[in-house]
Write a protein that binds this ligand. Structure first.
Ligand code: PHE
Length: 436
């Protein structure tokens, strides 16, 4: 068997993992979920879940990946010693395919907006513009283009493709967002947005806690890329000297920073135009921001910078989603990486096309279905780590962790007891909202 790819450096792994985490979830999905669920109240629950569930859950996924040294199907099979492990791994692969199917459609929208922003093509009639290109044949074209870019990177492998690209794109995203957040702060009419986003509405939270919990937990998992097996796959390429707990914290903090930063750009700008981002659904970002860019000085330049940042963030996440099924074919059936990339991209070209033709299916898949699958995936990881591996998981946590190794038992306790309960609770809240 050929030797497996590895990251060139631990920093490369961390950057690629932050690249996976920071994406459309932070910039496109977050504002409309936040605004639709009470603004600051949602933000508070979401942050609490990122810390209490996301971080230990992500660490559990990393432990599985580094211990298993394979993609989800092979790793979970060998770690559990049961065929059910392969079934769970296959479920992960399905999750990544499903998420990437809609991700690539949104990536296509972003690509298009990046290309046309210098001309201000959508400035005059943002609503009509998005209406004309959001779903349908033009959307298909840009979805394919976006997918092509992503496939081109994965084609070159872990260190020559993914790691290299992440090392350039991720810092660029941060620099652009910092600049944009500073620019936003100088714009008129943004105060209401900051208040909505950063103020704390305890009453709303108290009254709506149960209904906020499901979407907040789903978003916390989505934004950290937890539960899909992508982080498991990335961790299968690192060595024993890296400290998993330290890396996890660095990744979660960086991702949250990028998310909050994106919110500081998007939400005040939307409010400055009197747009309620909770109303518009997936198109809100495009329509609302277009109005803001149109009315503010330097709008075209700012719009281009903004969409370029979102595009790069989306690409670094999409490559992790594509890497998982591609590497699974490489690991499981020994298919050459390039052929596997072409094959999986072909499948995604079709599934994404299906979604770009139907707004209602698109919304259902990108919201509820994605949340449910990630929760189920994470639940399975927790059970395996907390109830089957136990001592092995502690050993993997400690390898390379230095003094942080003392935290291993309390982490394992959280993973075995607290997290499964929270995940089940949020699962039932999401399912309940489906029925009710
Ligand atoms: N975390 C990515 C984002 O926020 C999405 C993602 C989910 C990527 C699951 C990989 C796995 O955009």
């Amino acid at each position: 068997m050929a030797t497996r790819d590895t990251w060139v450096s631990n920093l490369g792994f961390v950057l690629a993992a932050v690249g996976s985490a920071a994406g459309l979830g932070n910039i496109w999905r977050f504002p409309w979920l936040t605004a639709g669920n009470g603004g600051s109240a949602f933000l508070a629950v979401y942050l609490a879940i990122v810390v209490s569930v996301g971080v230990p859950g992500l660490l559990a996924e990393f432990v599985l990946g580094r211990r298993g040294r394979q993609t989800p199907m092979g790793a979970l099979r060998s770690l559990t010693g049961s065929r059910w492990g392969s079934v769970l791994g296959a479920f992960n692969v399905l999750t990544t395919l499903l998420i990437l199917s809609f991700y690539s459609v949104v990536g296509g929208w972003i690509l298009r907006y990046t290309l046309v922003s210098p001309t201000g093509a959508y400035f005059a009639q943002p609503q009509q513009y998005f209406g004309a290109i959001g779903y349908g044949f033009e959307a298909v074209g840009f979805h394919l283009l976006f997918l092509g870019i992503v496939a081109g990177i994965v084609f070159f492998g872990v260190n020559r493709g993914i790691e290299r690209v992440s090392k350039v794109m991720l810092p660029a995203v941060v620099v652009l967002l910092v600049g944009l957040a500073a620019w936003t702060a100088t714009q008129p009419g943004t105060a209401a947005g900051y208040a909505f986003y950063l103020g704390f509405d305890g009453e709303y939270l108290f009254a709506n806690f149960a209904s906020v919990l499901g979407p907040a937990a789903g978003q916390a998992l989505f934004t950290l890329s937890v539960g899909a097996g992508t982080m498991l796959t990335y961790a299968s390429y690192i060595d024993e000297d890296s400290s998993l707990p330290r890396d996890t914290i660095v990744i979660a903090v960086s991702n949250t920073f990028i998310g909050v930063l994106a919110g500081l750009v998007v939400i005040p700008l939307l409010f400055s135009q009197g747009v309620d981002p909770g109303q518009g659904g997936p198109g809100a970002l495009f329509v609302g921001l277009a109005a803001a860019f149109e009315s503010l000085p330097g709008g075209r330049v700012v719009a281009t910078a903004f969409f370029a940042a979102v595009l790069m963030a989306a690409v670094t996440s999409a490559i992790s989603l594509l890497e998982t099924p591609v590497a699974t074919l490489v690991d499981a059936v020994g298919m050459p990486r390039r052929r596997a990339t072409l094959l999986i991209s072909g499948v995604l070209a079709l599934t994404g096309t299906g979604l770009s033709l139907s707004a209602p299916i698109f919304q259902f898949v990108s919201g509820t279905v994605a949340d449910l699958m990630l929760s189920v995936g994470l639940f399975a990881f927790l059970v395996i780590v907390g109830w089957m591996l136990r001592e092995d998981a502690i050993a993997e946590f400690r390898a390379g962790a230095g003094r942080m190794g003392v935290l291993a038992p309390s982490w394992l306790f959280t993973v075995s007891w607290l997290l499964p309960v929270v995940v089940l609770f949020s699962l039932s809240s999401t399912l309940g909202s489906l029925v009710g």
